[in-house]
Design a protein around this ligand. Structure first.
Ligand code: GDP
Length: 603
């Protein structure tokens, strides 16, 4: 056991959750607590990540010794500094995640929200175990804050009523989570942490519960995923989190190393926009050991060798095209370069592709976000023609406009954190294409789906309006304005709707011309509905006193195809008076054409 523990690396921890539920505050609190508790020489800061050594975790969890007996053998916890989905999706590796364990933050007063559900889905799909931090307990009415105290101790100092409130919120949360197939419980009551997800009540603001949260995360990592943490002293494996300019050095990449070792002058392979990049490490940078974590972000120093797990910045030639979310391998021998190139290529090809199908065009800033969007679209059955990283190009737009000609709903462009190149933008305008752009994945997809729904509704509405609608009118006695050429009479709409252009018939089915214009108070109007009294002019050889008479009932003369559509496709859009009128019309029409009878039976 002892020899094994020596080879364990620290688990990589990510924080996820709905916006404003307190991810950033919680991370700050954890790092802040660590800074306070650490002693000189204990390195806590990495690039893009914060290392919390085991000695610090032991100090923070010291008051819990009696409550949670914990003998830790992992060397610490490596927290990824940026919370949220986008970063998490870039922590990708074949068949899973570089993150070993996650903290899902849920505001206990708000409960499960859309991004909570999204986080659960993404954690499940990548098989990452997680702990729930039920945050903002200090907002519970009556809560007496006990800064930086374990929750178990702070609870003893609360009123009975406050404890009851917390309990009832916890049960509400547990019930909500069960709707998403998550079996969760208060951490103290759990025996098997693999079957039940622990919930730790915390306040990121006051620091209450942070001790328990760290203890549960460390304990779970050590107990259940230590095989994954067995550290191999072989060639390093990592993932590129960010590509950025490093003043004085050119382009650099921020990397999370999750296995093995990387050294200066190592040959590394990673994905580039135009194929795999093979290059040699010029320098590895890490923050200087300082006490203030905010300073550590800017002051870096070179290190010769780093072993997993670590967050590092790598400076090397030819990194301009490097893609965030890409796997990174240290090549053990020059002869294996081709093998590793293929490995990178294969991993990237499942995410970046062009297919000859009618589907949407997706461009994203990183492989991870691209992959998350692909998954979200696929889950909804939306096909994809182009999935790629980088700005929108003219070629992408040409492809989208090809699709648009075949299927307007799929001939669209989805952009995540990338912009169109100028010539692409011009072409988008010229081709009148729809572009959706949002920096939150679920919003991007929602916006697109909403648009599709609205367009389909509009299209349906347009088709509905193009049909002859059911209408029944009565010629009002005493309101004959003109007898013929054209006849103009006052009518009352008894049911349904009348519009200019619709043919009319009498109650015996005899056609008597078409409505030319409808007027109300001397103004032409587009339609008249049940209860309205209007004047209509009738086109065709219609003479009042001969073809029609005062007091006559007239109906709109609905063609067979229109009648079929009204009953099969648009019934839900018809008002009750329209349906009643339609029944009367179908009955009249069925004297001459029995097919109308068949439609009537289905109404
Ligand atoms: P994020 O979007 O999930 O990263 O949320 P933030 O960490 O930015 O927090 C959102 C807001 O909630 C901020 O105003 C925080 O100060 C506040 N907040 C976060 N945690 C707590 C907490 O435990 N208690 C209280 N009262 N407020 C909190």
């Amino acid at each position: 056991m002892v020899s094994l523990s020596k080879k364990l690396r620290q688990p990589i921890v990510v924080v996820l959750g709905h916006v404003d539920h307190g991810k950033t505050t919680l991370l700050d609190k954890i790092r802040g607590t660590a800074v306070v508790k650490k002693e000189a020489g204990e390195m806590t800061q990495h690039v893009g990540a914060s290392n919390i050594p085991i000695s610090v975790i032991e100090k923070v969890t010291e008051p819990l010794k009696k409550i949670i007996p914990l003998k830790l053998t992992i060397p610490g916890l490596l927290f990824i500094d940026t919370p949220g989905h986008e970063l998490f999706s870039n922590l990708r590796k074949r068949g899973g995640s570089v993150a070993d364990i996650a903290i899902l933050v849920i505001d206990i007063n708000e409960g499960v929200m859309p991004q909570t559900v999204e986080s659960i889905e993404i954690l499940k799909s990548r098989n990452v175990p997680f702990v729930i931090a039920a945050n903002k307990i200090d907002k519970i009415p009556g809560w007496k804050p006990n800064p930086d105290t374990p929750i178990t101790i702070s609870l003893k100092k609360q009123d009975q009523a406050t404890v009851k409130r917390l309990e009832s919120l916890m049960y509400k949360l547990i019930a909500q989570l069960s709707n998403y197939d998550i079996s969760a419980d208060i951490f103290e009551r759990i025996r098997d942490f693999m079957k039940t997800i622990p919930i730790v009540p915390v306040s990121a603001r006051t620091g209450e519960g942070i001790a328990e949260l760290l203890a549960v995360v460390a304990g779970m990592a050590q107990r259940y995923i230590s095989e994954k943490l067995l550290y191999v002293e072989g060639p390093g494996k990592g993932v590129v989190l960010e590509v950025k300019e490093q003043p004085g050095f050119g382009t650099a990449i921020d990397v999370i190393l999750y296995d093995g070792i990387i050294q200066e002058r190592d040959t590394i392979i990673l994905a580039g926009l135009n194929g795999p990049i093979v290059t040699k490490v010029r320098a590895i940078l890490m923050p200087k050991t300082v006490t203030d974590i905010r300073v550590a972000k800017t002051e870096l120093k070179t290190v010769e060798l780093v072993s997993a797990a670590a967050g590092i910045r790598i400076v090397a030639p030819n990194l301009e095209d490097a893609v965030a979310g890409s796997p990174l391998y240290v090549v053990p021998q020059e002869s294996e370069i081709d093998k590793y190139k293929r490995l990178v290529q294969e991993e990237v090809e499942t995410v970046r592709f062009r297919k000859d199908v009618n589907g949407v065009v997706v461009k994203a800033d990183t492989l991870g976000t691209l992959e998350a969007i692909i998954n979200a679209l696929s889950k909804r059955g939306i096909s994809i023609r182009i999935a790629d990283v980088g700005p929108l190009t003219k070629r992408d737009v040409i492809e989208a406009s090809l699709v648009a000609k075949a299927d307007k709903y799929l001939g669209v462009i989805l952009l995540f954190n990338v912009k169109p190149l100028p010539e692409a933008e011009d072409l988008v305008k010229k081709e009148n294409l729809r572009v959706f752009s949002n920096n939150i994945i679920y919003r991007l997809i929602e916006e697109y789906l909403q648009w599709v729904e609205n367009e389909k509704k509009l299209e349906l509405q347009k088709e509905f309006e193009s049909l002859v609608s059911p209408g029944k009118i009565k010629i009002l006695p005493g309101f004959i304005f003109r007898r013929s050429d054209p006849a103009i009479v006052g009518v009352e709409v008894l049911g349904g709707i009348i519009k200019p252009g619709v043919p009319l018939m009498k109650a015996d089915g005899k056609r008597i011309g078409e409505i030319m214009q409808i007027q109300h108070m001397g103004q032409p109007i587009k339609e008249a509905r049940m209860g309205q009294e209007v004047a209509i002019s009738i086109k065709g050889n219609v003479m009042v006193g001969r073809h029609i008479h005062e007091g006559d009932i007239l109906y709109t003369d609905i063609p067979l195809e229109h009648a079929k559509l009204l009953v099969t496709k648009f019934k839900a859009m018809l008002t009750q008076d329209s349906i009643d009128t339609l029944k009367e019309i179908l009955k009249i029409k069925s004297y001459k054409d029995p097919e109308y009878m068949y439609i009537l039976k289905n109404l």
